[in-house]
Design a protein around this ligand. Sequence first.
Ligand SMILES: [Cu+2]
Length: 143
Amino acid sequence: MILMAALLASPATAAPPGLSVTDAWSRPATGVNGAGFMALSNRGPKPDRLVSASSPAAARVEFHTTTMSGGMASMEKLTNVSAPAGGTVLFRPGGKHLMLMGLKRPLKAGDRFPVTLTFASGAKVEATFTVGVTAPTAGHAHH
Ligand SMILES: [Cu+2]
């Protein structure tokens, strides 16, 4: 019983482990789907994995990566995205992105919407995405 008490007392999910999202943005979208981009940083000592995402702006949110094959761009669904300790994972046009499936309404430049990211560790990060034509920093987005 002492052992059990010790197990119960140990924190299963610790406080937010240094995960953060910056430069979260999305392109304007009038169709069924939209795409979200961001920089995901893990300043914690342990690797983590992004396992799911949700947003009130869309019916569901998936992780996709864009691959080029024979001059054709196609999107591939990812079941999760690893966030290495001390690393930053970039979601950007032509690469990884959050796919907003089934938009509740069109995304117009200047709109903002939240996305909740859930990690394998149990950590949750809420990021606010701003709709714009180009990335908030680099501005290297071709359509
Ligand atoms: Cu996609």
